[in-house]
Design a protein around this ligand. Sequence first.
Ligand SMILES: Cc1cc2nc3c(=O)[nH]c(=O)nc-3n(C[C@H](O)[C@H](O)[C@H](O)COP(=O)(O)OP(=O)(O)OC[C@H]3O[C@@H](n4cnc5c(N)ncnc54)[C@H](O)[C@@H]3O)c2cc1C
Length: 435
Amino acid sequence: MSGRAATGKLRPVSDKRTNWAGNVTFGAERFHQPAALPELQRIVSGARRARPLGSGHSFNRLADTPGDQVSVAGLPPVIEVDTASASVTVSAGLRYGQVAAALNQAGRALPNLGSLPHISVGGACATGTHGSGDRNGNLATAVSAMEMVTADGDLVTATRDGDADRFRGMVLALGALGVVTRMTLDTVPAFDVRQYVYEDLPAEAVREHFDEIMASAYSVSLFTDWRAPGIRQAWLKRRADAEDGWTPGPRWMGGTLADGPRNPVPGMPAANSTGQLGVPGPWHERLPHFRPEFTPSSGDELQSEYLLPREHAIDGLDALGAIARLLTPVLQVGEIRTIAADDLWLSPSYQRDTVAFHFTWIDDEAAVAPVLDAIEERLTPLRARPHWGKVMRMHPAAVSALYQRAGDFEDLMRGYDPAGKFRNDLLDGFFPPQR
Ligand SMILES: Cc1cc2nc3c(=O)[nH]c(=O)nc-3n(C[C@H](O)[C@H](O)[C@H](O)COP(=O)(O)OP(=O)(O)OC[C@H]3O[C@@H](n4cnc5c(N)ncnc54)[C@H](O)[C@@H]3O)c2cc1C
């Protein structure tokens, strides 16, 4: 995204700013990156309409507002590691890559990471960003406490232990309750990971052994372009201390061990990807697919993702396989991951173990739209929930109807933001103001 100097002053945006992908030009009248908390509080309380903005990696208008867009990336960076409570408190504007490196130096790790280290902690948690792993929840499930500036400029804190149910509605809140300034995250002892890539797993092996494949490593990602049945690349991220006796043979599940490093996106350089070939490396240099110093993914792209109950994994594969000829002309790469169930009200994995079907599209919204319609027609009966931060076509009211606690979330919105300062068109669609 185009960077702007840190400023706490209200000033008009002279140039157009966009999200990372460039498919959304923000309509915000003003952009702020205050350098101190009181300045942030003043900006938020003085704004008529406002939205928090993270690192801008979402593909829709969730972070947009006609009023004041506010980034917390300019606040003093905080990374306080507390080994006794197995936690780290970080400023919400920091990116996972920054947090992870410091944490690893202190001998600690986050339980999981998304596919790229470039995203901000506040933005990723607000949308339920996830990595993969049967036993790994999305990134927001690691949050045990948070601090947030609410519509009237007050600083409120909430904790997982102290605020029980309400907290589960606050962590993954789409920026609808306030501007999060700090989050406390669970940590585990630092661990090493060995990454292996197997190529060309036949469709029958994937169908018959899906659960075994997804359970074969701490985090597993299956990449397909849907051009041929089967999986083009299976990325196994195995803990180096795993004691299950598994050894990487030249063949596995009908696939072949890659003989060199790979990039999951066809045509992109392998050097952009994290270390492979079983070379052990620290968790934060293996769990993401992409290295922090390079452009993640392809750069010229749109993304969508649908999260299904885990038991529908094969139904989902079949449903998408049946429309492969629609997908392939507009698809760069597809990825299949698993996520553990959680209790966060707006989590796409709310109370269900999950399989996620991700699509990295070409950068052409008009061409992708009818394909999304076809996907949604086939995955909706399988109770698919779209990723909050990616391109979707479903009617917004149909999206919130997929969440049992949507009504409770609307109550939280009314409580924290009675005048609707943090609302925008997309949020109004999901959670109509007059219900
Ligand atoms: C190349 C690429 C790879 C991706 N890989 C994955 C992946 O592996 N897994 C996955 O699940 N997703 C993935 N995503 C999607 C991405 O993780 C989400 O869109 C995420 O929200 C991006 O975080 P951000 O900081 O850029 O948030 P933004 O896009 O800036 O904002 C997203 C939302 O968070 C809110 N928000 C931001 N900061 C705050 C704050 N401080 N307080 C309150 N609310 C806030 C905004 O208001 C907005 O509603 C990927 C995206 C890209 C571009």
